[in-house]
Design a protein around this ligand. Structure first.
Ligand code: 4BW
Ligand code: 4BW
Length: 145
């Protein structure tokens, strides 16, 4: 992997820290909200990436976005889960990083975002960088310093 000095940690490569796309729970933008809620519930994650059929990153979907979108004035309108598509509800305003993004820049973004999506130059989804992986490595780094 990489060495244990903090300078090296800050100059680390994004590639060393990513959870690859095949291990990341995701949904497709044309899926119904019901399907997305099932994936979120069964995976246990609160927010996951939304992809298109070609694996381009399109957005993020969370249980709270879904619940909010089916809230009526009087009650929760559960029938909407089957009617609405993920693309109508997903968040599209979030930062992404490239494998060549500076590690220190990713670290700053992780202050406000629990995970960062990694894409290639064509917007194809490559994986995520999570707070957990970074904190784990930082913890190891501190103990070995
Ligand atoms: O299933 C889990 N396994 C493990 N080992 N840890 C989990 C799991 N679910 C949650 N956690 C822990 C992690 O420490 O709770 C944290 C918050 O989870 P979240 O946000 O609110 O669902 C987890 O922190 P993290 O690993 O730094 O992950 C940050 C966020 O990244 C998660 C989730 O939104 C997303 N994420 C992480 N791994 C993912 C994923 N999304 C899809 N697929 C994955 N494999
Ligand atoms: O309203 C928000 N404002 C900001 N600036 N960031 C938010 C907000 N809501 C969520 N976030 C971000 C934060 O990075 O998503 C992360 C996960 O949120 P969570 O878990 O799944 O609701 C947030 O990461 P965090 O600030 O490190 O907080 C981790 C967890 O601690 C949150 C929530 O369970 C709890 N928490 C934090 N601040 C809280 C709180 N619970 C109640 N009230 C608060 N003020």
């Amino acid at each position: 992997m990489f060495s244990l000095h903090s300078k090296d940690f800050l100059e680390a490569n994004i590639a060393d820290f990513i959870i690859p796309s095949e291990k990341v729970a995701h949904v497709q933008k044309a899926n119904t909200l019901e399907h997305a809620l099932l994936v979120l519930t069964k995976s246990g994650y609160s927010s996951i990436p939304v992809l298109d059929a070609q694996f381009h990153l399109e957005g993020l979907i969370s249980s709270s976005l879904i619940t909010d979108s089916i809230l009526g004035l009087e009650h929760i309108e559960f029938e909407k889960l089957d009617e609405k598509k993920v693309e109508e509800v997903m968040d599209v305003d979030f930062p992404t990083i490239l494998l060549r993004t500076k590690f220190i820049k990713a670290l700053q973004l992780l202050i406000d975002h629990p995970f960062l999506c990694v894409v290639d130059e064509d917007g194809l989804f490559e994986g995520i960088m999570t707070r957990r992986v970074i904190l784990k490595q930082l913890n190891r780094n501190i103990h070995n310093a």
